[in-house]
Design a protein around this ligand. Structure first.
Ligand SMILES: [Zn+2]
Length: 318
């Protein structure tokens, strides 16, 4: 990875993982992260080692049988179908690169529309890509590589809730912008560290997700970097990036006594970080049901105020 990424051995990262500025006296120390005085992006502190990251992304994070209980995984596939249709309509002809492609659902949906694609995923070369990706009729091509190592000329490059998992996400974004074909489309979705929910829930905000999320980026910092890379932002949304209402629901349920972690409660048993008794899980899900209208209202209000829980943007190379 890049030499501007914070050193793996230091508990306090010396540099901002987003803009590479020194995290010196101007930096603000918070629980589990340090806010850069230059760009406002927070870098996860302590900075995890590669081994810690591998462990945090393996096992329960993404088990072979799927992550979510009930209709969750099917819903996720369906939303990837919508995204594939949108990318296919907006991008010029050509292949699509999916940075952090997970189980390859977006690439398969794009293949169904006749779009060739390549996925980048941690551990892909070691045969650890999820079963769904390997068993597809035409398995999407998935490799472990940095975007900076690839050739240019992509019709679209997608980073769907993946930049925040990279050790040098700012450089990856610059690299993606530089590798778009003329009129090529960049699609990014990530948590918005400047959202109302981030402020309300503070150190227990769902999208901090340590140690997997290495940076915590305000939407304005993301847009500024995309523009600085020479792209034109065509669309910015606080609803299309997903997770906005769930962030509220997770935080509200977690504030009630006797509840368990909601994110774990909606996952399959083998996809949970911590085991849950049936009674506690039932209480957690019941609380979630009761609080859903409130969470939806809060997510709608913060999005309308331009401070939604996630940021989705489409940007084009002219
Ligand atoms: Zn910075």
């Amino acid at each position: 990875m890049s030499d501007v990424a914070p050193a793996a051995t230091l508990a306090i990262p010396p540099r901002c993982a987003w803009c590479a500025a020194d995290l010196d006296a101007d930096a603000r120390r918070l629980a589990g992260r340090t806010v850069c005085g230059a760009c406002g992006v927070a870098t996860t502190t302590p900075w995890p080692s590669r081994r810690e990251l591998d462990e945090a992304h393996a096992g329960a994070y993404r088990p072979q049988g799927g992550r979510f209980a009930g209709p969750g995984d099917a819903l996720l596939r369906r939303t990837r179908g919508f995204l594939a249709r949108r990318i296919d309509a907006l991008a010029p002809p050509g292949a699509v690169l999916d940075i952090g492609c997970g189980d390859g659902a977006l690439l398969r949906a794009l293949a169904g529309r006749g779009r060739a694609g390549l996925g980048l995923e941690l551990g892909a070369d070691e045969g650890r890509s999820p079963r769904a990706a390997r068993s597809a009729a035409i398995p999407p091509r998935v490799v472990e590589a940095d975007v900076e190592d690839l050739d240019e000329g992509w019709a679209a490059i997608v980073a769907w809730h993946s930049l925040e998992h990279l050790p040098a996400p700012g450089l990856a974004l610059d690299g993606a912008a530089a590798r778009l074909a003329p009129r090529g489309l960049l699609v990014v979705a990530m948590p918005n560290a400047a959202s109302v929910q981030a402020r309300v829930f503070g150190d227990r905000w769902l999208a901090l997700d340590p140690p997997r999320h290495l940076v915590h980026v305000p939407a304005a910092a993301l847009c500024a970097r995309v523009r600085a890379a020479g792209l034109r932002v065509e669309r910015r949304s606080h609803l299309r990036g997903g997770q906005a209402a769930f962030g509220w629901l997770h935080g509200l349920v977690g504030a009630l006594p006797g509840t368990a972690d909601l994110y774990d409660a909606v996952r399959r048993p083998d996809a949970r970080k911590v085991g849950q008794s049936p009674g506690r899980r039932a209480a957690t899900l019941a609380a979630a049901g009761a609080l859903t209208p409130l969470a939806l209202a809060a997510a709608g209000l913060e999005a309308a105020a331009g401070r939604g829980g996630s940021i989705y943007l489409e940007a084009r190379r002219d």
